[in-house]
Write a protein that binds this ligand. Structure first.
Ligand code: PLP
Ligand code: COI
Length: 336
């Protein structure tokens, strides 16, 4: 495996975890080599997109251990996603056990320390039995597969360009705060259009007023103000990113910076010194500029490299994930 040149894509690995829900309960689950899912033509997921997912990573640490970063928060968030979509939650303890077992069974696929790659873990669940009227399924499947991945954005640490699109991602009382497949289905047109026009991603605004900054299709956003405060949008319609919550803690407790989660208006973009996308896949990807309908906002950190604070946050976060820096209590789950 050419670990250093891996992109962010699906690579088939040996084992995946499968558990089925029927007659009101989850079965005990198995590890299987069969990557195929065979469904009834009218399965709930196929007709009404009844599916949600999670994303987390396993890393090889500097001292040769294999660890996951805050998987308990993914387990919790998946329960919230399932509840919003009227699906039976997969119990958190079982989620953690399943993550452990599937990573252990694919241990050879965990990229080596120093390669810049990691093992992406994708838990997901979907309605399996036939439905015709608009209603939740009665039967579900929960699965986890893993895939070694490199950087989400080609070019690794080079700053990217966002545009403010004329599409919305989430409605005020909709599903933007959970990890529902439908949020991503509706972002596909916007991302294809953004790419066609030469932008890496969309910076979505709140759909109610279109004045506030929300997030991108696959990551939250953080900014550094001119007085070195780390700020991030407060909104009930964005996904509560585990990476973002961790970065805000790191900024405050490890770097001694002031942090704030607050409404950020589009007008304030001009006043920001640095900007970056954060998420499991994106890690912390610097943003060099934003295009707002032809008007370019270039952050002072520029298009050549990450801003100074973004770089410190990146080094500290990845240092914690890779075992170079001591992690806060409970952030690291070792696979053994
Ligand atoms: N926002 C969206 C829309 C996402 O898809 C993701 C990815 O999971 C994130 C934010 C980042 O969340 P996390 O840091 O928990 O991976
Ligand atoms: C993740 O970061 O885990 C995500 O789910 C983002 C996705 C767009 C790849």
């Amino acid at each position: 495996m050419d670990w250093k040149n891996l992109g962010f894509g699906y690579v088939k690995t040996d084992y995946r975890y499968v558990s089925n829900y029927k007659d009101g309960k989850w079965d005990e689950g198995i590890l299987t080599t069969d990557e195929k899912v065979v469904l009834n033509e009218s399965a709930g997921v196929l007709q009404y997109a009844q599916t949600c997912f999670e994303g987390l990573k396993a890393y090889k640490t500097v001292d040769g251990r294999v660890v996951c970063f805050r998987p308990d928060l993914n387990a919790q968030r998946m329960i919230q996603s399932a509840q919003r979509l009227e699906m039976p939650p997969f119990p958190a303890e079982r989620f953690l056990e399943a993550v452990k077992s599937v990573v252990k069974k694919n241990i050879e696929s965990v990229p080596p320390y120093g390669s810049g790659a990691s093992l992406y873990i994708r838990p997901y669940m979907f309605g399996t039995n036939p439905v015709m009227g608009v209603k939740p399924a009665d039967e579900y499947q929960f699965r986890i597969f893993v895939s070694p991945v490199g950087p989400y954005f080609k070019g690794g640490a080079k700053p990217i360009t966002l545009r403010i699109p004329d599409f919305d991602r989430a409605a005020p009382l909709g599903t933007g705060h959970v990890k529902a497949g439908l949020n991503y289905a509706m972002s596909l047109h916007a991302i294809v259009d953004a790419h066609k026009q030469g932008y890496n991603e969309n910076m979505y605004l709140d759909s109610a007023t279109r004045t506030k900054i929300e997030e991108t299709g696959g990551a939250n956003i953080i900014f550094v103000t001119k007085d070195n405060k780390v700020v991030t949008p407060k909104s009930s319609t964005i996904l509560p990113s585990i990476t973002r919550r961790s970065l805000m803690y790191v900024a405050q407790k490890y770097l001694g910076l002031e942090v704030e989660e607050r409404i950020i208006y589009k007008e304030e973009l001009n006043e920001m010194k640095e900007c970056a996308l954060c998420g499991t896949a994106a890690v912390l990807s610097p943003v060099g500029k934003v295009n707002d309908h032809g008007k370019e906002i270039v952050f002072p950190s520029g298009m050549e490299k990450a801003g100074e604070i973004t770089q410190k946050l990146y080094d500290t976060l990845t240092g914690i994930q890779l075992g170079r820096i001591e992690a806060p209590e409970g952030w690291i789950m070792e696979i053994k």
